[in-house]
Design a protein around this ligand. Structure first.
Ligand code: SIN
Length: 491
């Protein structure tokens, strides 16, 4: 099972796990098949993971089901201690985890280090929240009765996580689930399983009991998803990924009425009003649009600029984009890594070609990068409009299209003219407008005068076709609990 990963220079080689985790055992697929994992920066083989499907997923659910009573029965503080220990281990091994993450995902090492801190932050936050999973005593409607509520863990939870934040999206689901007393079966994206498996390894070192965290790997996401949605022992599914797959999982979950959290696609508007600090707005676009090479669900997808500052803003943005250093994420100064795969590159190219064919003007970029592979040049397009594909769906790449607007009412109508509703951003110095626009935008998350909104302490999630459920913040724990009402009579 030797691989290029040996050249990654990990301090702790035990973090590169090439087996799945079921019931506390590192295991192979029943049929022995394996899937390759490659570095998107240079296509080098990093290693392989078991090619699992429905049977192994069923066993993982059985293991989680068997482990549930004991884990749910621990005191909140005992569960919190395990989460605190896992948080500490993640930070202790931050550099190794970041290198693994960059190797399989492509993002610059500085961003990968930040993702490990972000991911570990969920463990710490939900360790704290575990001790506040309180019910309440309700003023009774009858003299001989007392009423109260209890919060109890949902049970076994399935988690399907994406390749764009292979550590943080798992940390964000795992931490509240474990804090609440749930046990879990995770299925990381086929492109990026190693970050999840490293978390599994550290979880074992932190004392997470066998069966509480199970991780299955494999290409056959449909078979694994069907087993999760169809298995009555699994009581909730949390999915981050595309709207199309989210709808399929929801339909499959309907017969068993499973609880769902769906964090799906976005199409974020980013609005620059004429009273904005333009330099700050440019920095906000760079942070929001070009983070992870444009591969986040909350990336600015449509940048609306008020007519009177359009030319000045475009000039400043192009100057900033020209400075972005493209390269292998593991190498020094890189700010923009490769796209995850050839399909992602094809989508970016198709969006740019469609925009140019429909009247957009290229200000910078617009082509594959000289580095080859899936590298794409950071791009700014002018004169974008609603007919273009990039206005209708997320590009998921380093392409910043500038739209023009005249009035506040005009831009709110344009911003909301999408079935998606995850994040929205705007820059203004007008306090009254800050309130009006944040209330008018149809999305679950609003950034005012910032392009970075993500944190473990606040609720993350969307509306409309961007899904439902909230991850992070105090609401994030409730998504993994059932609220039970107890009525005591005969007093
Ligand atoms: C996502 O792209 O789904 C997550 C981004 C974030 O947590 O900031």
């Amino acid at each position: 099972m030797g691989s290029h990963a040996e050249g990654l220079g990990l301090n702790d080689a035990g973090l590169l796990r090439q087996h799945a985790l079921i019931g506390g055992q590192w295991c192979d697929a029943d049929a022995g098949g394996r899937c390759e994992v490659r570095n998107p920066a240079n296509a080098a083989l990093l290693g392989t993971v078991p090619e699992m499907a429905a049977a192994e997923t069923r066993r993982a659910i059985d293991a989680a089901h068997a482990a549930f009573p004991a884990w749910a029965g621990k005191t909140a503080d005992a569960r919190a201690q395990v989460l605190r220990d896992l948080h500490a281990l993640m930070l202790e091994h931050q550099e190794d985890l970041a290198r693994l993450l960059t190797a399989e995902q492509g993002k610059p090492l500085a961003e990968a280090r930040g993702e490990i801190t972000y991911s570990a932050g969920y463990l710490q936050w939900f360790a704290e929240q575990a001790r506040r999973m309180d019910g309440e005593v309700i003023q009774s409607h009858a003299a001989d009765k007392r009423l109260l509520t209890l919060r109890q863990p949902v049970g076994v939870v399935g988690m399907i996580t994406p390749w764009n934040f292979p550590s943080a999206m798992l940390g964000r689901k795992l931490a509240p689930a474990l804090a609440a007393g749930c046990t879990v079966v995770c299925k990381p994206a086929l492109q990026t399983p190693f970050s999840a498996l490293a978390l599994g390894e550290l979880a074992q070192r932190a004392g997470v009991p066998p069966g509480v965290i199970n991780i299955v790997t494999g290409h056959d996401a449909a078979a694994i998803g069907a087993e999760m949605t169809g298995n009555p022992k699994l009581r909730k599914l949390s999915f981050t990924g595309s709207t199309a797959v989210g709808k399929t999982l929801m339909a499959q979950s309907a017969p068993d009425l499973k609880r769902l959290s769906l964090e799906l696609g976005g199409n974020a508007p980013f609005i620059v009003f004429d009273d904005a600090d333009l330099d700050a707005a440019v920095a906000g676009v760079i942070a929001s649009k070009f983070r992870n090479t444009g591969q986040t669900c909350v990336c600015a997808n449509r940048i609306f600029v008020q007519a009177s500052v359009y030319a000045a803003f475009a000039e400043k943005l192009v100057a900033a984009v020209r400075q972005l250093r493209v390269g292998d994420g593991l190498q020094g100064e890189t700010e923009q890594g490769p796209l995850i795969d050839a399909k992602a590159l094809a989508k970016v190219e198709a969006h740019v070609a469609d925009a140019l064919a429909n009247g957009a003007r290229l200000a910078i970029g617009g082509q594959r990068h000289a580095l080859g592979g899936t590298f794409y040049t950071p791009t700014v397009l002018l004169d974008a409009d609603a007919r273009m594909q990039l206005a209708q769906e997320e590009t998921f790449g380093p392409v910043a299209p500038l739209f023009c607007f005249t009035t506040e009412a005009d831009v709110i109508a344009q911003a909301n003219a999408t079935p998606f509703g995850l994040a929205g951003y705007f820059y203004t110095r007008d306090l009254a407008r800050s309130w009006r626009v944040s209330e008018a935008l149809q999305c679950g998350i609003v950034g005012i005068n910032t392009g970075l909104i993500s944190t473990e302490v606040a609720p993350f999630g969307g509306i409309k076709h961007s899904g439902f459920g909230r991850e992070g913040g105090k609401d994030g724990l409730h998504d993994y609990t059932e609220l039970k009402y107890v009525c005591v009579g005969g007093l």
